[in-house]
Design a protein around this ligand. Sequence first.
Ligand code: LMR
Length: 328
Amino acid sequence: MKLNAMLLVLGAALSINAYAQAPIVIKFSHVVATDTPKGQAAERFKQLAEKATNGRVKVEVYPNSQLYKDKEELEALQLGAVQMLAPSLAKFGPLGVKEFEAFDLPYIFPSKTALYNVTEGEIGKGLLKKLEPKGITGLAFWDNGFKVMSANKPLHSVADFKGQKMRIQSSKVLDAQMRALGANPQVLAFSEVYQALQTGVVDGTENPPSNMYTQKMHEVQKHVTVSNHGYLGYAVIVNKKFWDGLPADIRAALDKAMKDATTFEKAIAQRDNDMALDAIKKAGKTEIYTLSVKEQAEWRKALLPVQKDMEGRIRKDLISAINKEAAK
Ligand code: LMR
């Protein structure tokens, strides 16, 4: 065999061997604490993925905005600086996929079953597909929960919101929601919320209890209203080029690990939020108030029109398709 050909074969063998030795690294960045539904599921995915691939894949989880804050993390994913994220569904608008803000519409999901009808059905699949032109592949929907409102004054009636500066995620629907209540919406990165509440840059905010408790927001908020007026959940996404470039057996093993981590995540989400609300109560620094039936009706009257107002942005047919699916 000619020397050149032998060198070529040797070179190829060496690089295959080098490739086989160096694990494929998945940097999984997110903005919440580890002891949250998303934080725990990211760790679970790490364990499952590394086990299923016999160490050929190494998952590095970076919680608490250690690597990137909200806006930056999506840019970093598109650039391939990180391989995996699980941003809130409220944060896809700036990426140009406004339809994801449908998940922010007040009272659009009467229950978790209604939510899963949408995320696990054709609507969910269709929404994830819309990410591909952005160089992103959607793998799964992860759950957090229904949101509570908080401030340093009681928020019982709609009138209580008047003039309150309320922190929101970067969603036009949430902006409209707060304005419909008479409040002033302020978009802030998640990692900046605690300090903004502490210093009075904002008066209040909304989030599921697990985020409120693990970020210690309750320590700087005297009042929480259990309103369940809206939902917060996630899409687990990867850099498309990275994902398509994986060996087929590795991708199949990661898909399975993601499915199992997703089942785990959905199983702990409600439990974690219930435990967090209890812990906020036990901490004794925050008054927990649950809306009366009459007050709920007043909030609904003020907030349901947001669905109509957002038809231009989110598409009327999508909103009615979600309402139909959620009503099943
Ligand atoms: C927020 O910014 O309030 C949430 O999206 C944070 C998260 O990822 O749960």
